[in-house]
Design a protein. Structure first.
Length: 385
């Protein structure tokens, strides 16, 4: 375990304005549920990040700031080391968060009424962003084949002919799919043939599981891809607003940069630079420890779920989110939520929120101390009692 980190420790998060805990009443109508929904972890972040925040906070002035070359170097080196992808300082564009970056991209690379292609079931804010910007949602539903999600290629080709943007999630949330090189090549070629810009959200890219390797879409198709990422998920710091775009193609980058200036979507915080450097350069021991802990959590849950009739877990290839197939319970969405919330006292994400393809599914966040995971499984075992 990383120094000073005890992942078994239950850190009290109630009354800290935590969405995951303090918004349970608003979300589920019950403040006493075990919260397994919002995609943040119940673990203290890296000691190096905490120390960086403390050190910078000792300086009493938080005036206007800019990013130094150290910030860009940390991101550049991270991608070179983790993904074998060479990028330059000029290709990195800091953003406040991925959600705002998606909004900027939609405004820049499409017009009102245009089709934007997504693969469902999908992280709900993507569809919400498309609707909010008065674009048309075009879905390429993923196919669940023998417990693994696959692409419907005929449908993808058809939908891409009318789309302006392919809003891509890699790895995929909520299914946990890590896309293979041949899949990335085929998707990108179809998009290129139809003049479709790819906006690739890769925030879970550093959470790939053993035996799986993330390949940045822009490594395959740099001419049509805008990559969006952030250390927020990987280092459990989503409330420290921090993201960036990586754009290899000069024309794409220029167009995107002009859009950012138009919408004034970024304000520099001095804490972001310190946190990014500490995350990418000084937190390797913490990363290794949290990964081992999460792997144990997942193995425990998978073994337990395999012994529960009518519930199947889709084996994730990335992230700390587990997609549960509950369709054999033969319940509608409201009945399924009622079962989990009112009987089991578990607060999971309702699969229907991820699109109609999510009906009958639930999303479970297993990034919690093992004692909580044990309690979760104990409750699930009594689902038929």
């Amino acid at each position: 375990m990383a120094k000073d980190i005890n992942f078994n420790e239950i850190i009290k998060r109630k009354n800290t304005n935590s969405v995951k805990y303090d918004d349970l009443l608003n979300k589920f109508g019950d403040i006493e549920l075990l919260p397994l929904w919002v995609a943040d972890m119940d673990f203290a972040t890296s000691p190096a990040i905490i120390e960086a925040i403390k050190t910078r906070s000792l300086h009493p002035i938080f005036g206007y700031s800019f990013y130094s070359t150290k910030y860009f170097k940390a991101i550049k080196n991270w991608y070179g080391m983790r993904h074998g992808w060479e990028i330059s300082k000029e290709q990195i564009i800091p953003m406040n968060n991925i959600a705002s970056a998606v909004g900027v991209a939609i405004e820049i690379f499409s017009d009102i009424g245009d089709d934007i292609l997504i693969q469902t079931p999908l992280y709900p804010p993507f569809g919400e962003a498309i609707s909010r910007h008065e674009r048309t949602i075009s879905t390429n539903p993923l196919l669940l084949v023998n417990g693994r999600y696959e692409i419907d290629w005929d449908d993808f080709r058809t939908k891409a002919k009318l789309a302006k943007i392919f809003l891509f999630c890699s790895p995929h949330n909520p299914t946990g799919r890590v896309w293979r090189r041949e899949e990335l090549e085929q998707m990108s070629q179809i998009c290129r043939d139809n003049d479709v810009t790819i906006i690739s959200d890769e925030i879970h890219s550093d959470f790939t599981h053993s035996g799986h390797k993330h390949i940045p879409m822009a490594k395959i198709a740099p001419d049509i891809t805008i990559t969006l990422n952030s250390p927020a998920k990987r280092f459990n710091i989503p409330s420290i607003i921090n993201a960036y775009a990586i754009i290899k193609d000069e024309k794409l980058r220029e167009k995107f940069s002009i859009g950012i200036e138009r919408y004034s979507h970024h304000t520099v915080s001095p804490l972001i630079e310190e946190v990014t450097i500490a995350a990418y350069e000084k937190s390797s021991a913490w990363l290794g420890s949290v990964d081992k802990y999460l792997a144990n959590n997942l193995a425990f849950i998978m073994e337990g779920v395999n012994n529960i009739p009518k519930i199947k877990a889709i084996v994730p290839e990335a992230s700390f989110l587990l997609w549960l197939d509950c369709r054999e319970l033969d319940m509608n969405s409201d009945e399924l939520v009622n079962l989990f919330v009112n009987k089991l006292k578990l607060g999971l994400n309702n699969g229907s929120d991820f699109g109609v393809e999510g009906d009958g599914f639930m999303r479970l966040n297993y990034a919690s101390p093992m004692s909580i995971i044990i309690e979760v499984m104990n409750r699930l075992k009594h689902i038929y009692n």
